[in-house]
Design a protein around this ligand. Structure first.
Ligand SMILES: Cc1cc2nc3c(=O)[nH]c(=O)nc-3n(C[C@H](O)[C@H](O)[C@H](O)COP(=O)(O)OP(=O)(O)OC[C@H]3O[C@@H](n4cnc5c(N)ncnc54)[C@H](O)[C@@H]3O)c2cc1C
Length: 421
């Protein structure tokens, strides 16, 4: 099978990439392992999607439907119920599905948009028995919203990630009791908006600096033991509390789904868990682009869509031979209190032509006036004062073309975030 651009994954990143590429008159094939397009949005039936892009408060499936229609109108083809098993560095893709067995696809460019998956009990090594009733929050979301099953009646949720907080509210709507949300850090791991709308508005108890020390139960979860942790996240003996419940949900972080990217030999960033990308969402393999949660975990679907559009446009330009000449490259370095910066590299030409957008996350929250600076050598290129910074909230900044002239004799910029004087 041949196509100009192949997109792996049909979540908001893949749909936006496919549409943007097809609008540039190249042929596009989306390959998706599920039986319908839309990715994780199909199970997110709550509202809050599309506030930036549509200035409307849509549910996940409504947001997905708008992009599915755009993709269809642009002429995007889809191979559904089809799992990509392998992608070779020369861009040959091996797909399997129940109709055709193994299919080989030969695209001229690829967009990787496989999203991410949740960390499980195994990743945390929670002690105790192994009864039924331990789920990731996303699995519970799928069971309740798509399959129509309630996974339990009395819940404890570990982690204050967005999916966990959204599920705390959803389960409450369905008549369940959420006994506790436990967070081992001293701060929230998701968006403040979700704390207000999903936890505080429903009086669900959220406790910081506490974790699950043990799961109890023979066939089914009967209780979890919660324990306080010190500053090094070590359990503090004597602070245990037995919380009777029948289900434990884990909302303890997402891992970009990059087995394919790694096997292709794409250069990865340990800080994001995703491929190193440039301002065009190009990876270290020519003609291979990446977008969405596979690159780094976003908090708003709108930014995932924007990244997808950039990747799709770049893939089409590659096919049409319109790739920008590879000029001087500048690295972005995560400095003081910065956990990650994306893109990890950008072209000086791109900065001089249209500016460059950087996305970053902090390591530690600062709940007071904070200064973000971008410096090259000793020259300050960018400065912004923020009211606060939180690990659960991504920061986005735009570097203007005019700062490019300071970068001719350097090959990196450093981003720092610290309390304002
Ligand atoms: C379980 C879960 C629940 C979430 N819930 C919410 C929420 O309630 N609210 C919210 O704002 N955000 C939520 N998010 C965040 C959400 O993931 C992002 O906002 C956004 O949907 C990411 O888009 P994406 O296109 O990068 O990935 P996804 O939407 O995850 O799409 C990736 C797609 O790639 C496909 N795929 C992966 N590997 C292969 C392969 N080898 N072959 C073929 N297809 C493949 C997957 O089936 C999937 O359809 C959730 C994330 C997860 C993981």
């Amino acid at each position: 099978m041949t196509t100009d651009v192949a997109v792996v994954g049909s979540g908001p990143a893949g749909l936006a990439a496919a549409t943007a590429a097809a609008e540039r008159e190249v042929s596009v094939l989306i390959i998706e392992r599920e039986i319908e397009l839309g990715g994780i949005l199909q199970q997110c039936i709550h509202n809050g999607f599309g506030v930036e892009i549509f200035a409307q408060d849509l549910t996940g499936p409504e947001y997905a439907q708008r992009y599915i229609e755009r993709a269809r109108q642009a002429g995007v083809q889809a191979l559904l119920d089809s799992m990509v098993l392998d992608v070779l560095p020369d861009r040959r893709i091996y797909v399997t599905n129940p109709r055709d067995g193994i299919v080989e696809v030969h695209p001229k460019a690829i967009v990787l948009a496989m999203g991410c998956r949740e960390r499980t009990r195994g990743a945390l090594a929670i002690p105790g028995t192994r009864p039924a009733g331990v789920y990731t929050a996303g699995t519970a979301q799928r069971l309740v919203n798509i399959e129509g099953y309630m996974p339990g009646r009395r819940f404890v949720i570990l982690g204050s990630g967005d999916i966990g907080m959204i599920m705390a509210r959803r389960l409450t709507f369905e008549g369940a009791v959420v006994e506790r949300v436990l967070e081992n850090m001293p701060y929230l791991n998701g968006l403040s908006r979700n704390y207000v709308q999903c936890i505080r508005d429903y009086n669900i108890p959220l406790e910081f600096c506490r974790t699950v020390a043990e799961v109890r139960g023979r066939k089914r979860v009967e209780a979890v033991v919660s324990v306080a942790v010190d500053e090094q996240r070590r359990p503090i003996p004597g602070t245990e509390e037995v919380i009777p419940c029948d289900t434990l949900l884990l909302s303890v972080g997402l891992i970009p789904e990059n087995e394919l990217s790694r096997r292709m030999g794409i250069h990865m960033d340990p800080a994001t868990g995703g491929p190193i990308v440039d301002e065009r969402m190009g990876t270290s393999l020519r003609g291979v682009f990446a977008a969405g949660n596979v690159v780094h975990v976003y908090d708003l679907v709108d930014w995932v869509t924007r990244a997808g559009e950039v990747a799709g446009r770049s893939a089409a330009e590659h096919v049409l031979g319109l790739d920008r000449a590879s000029g001087k490259r500048i690295r972005t370095v995560a400095g003081k209190n910065v956990r990650l910066v994306v893109p990890q590299v950008f072209g000086l030409d791109a900065l001089l032509e249209q500016g460059v957008q950087l996305q970053l996350r902090v390591r530690q929250p600062i709940e007071e006036k904070t200064r973000l600076t971008v410096t090259a050598e000793t020259k300050e290129l960018f400065r912004k004062t923020l009211r606060y910074v939180r690990p659960g909230e991504m920061i986005q900044i735009e570097m203007e073309p005019r700062v490019g002239r300071w970068l001719e004799n350097t090959d990196s910029v450093v981003v720092d975030i610290a309390k304002a004087d």
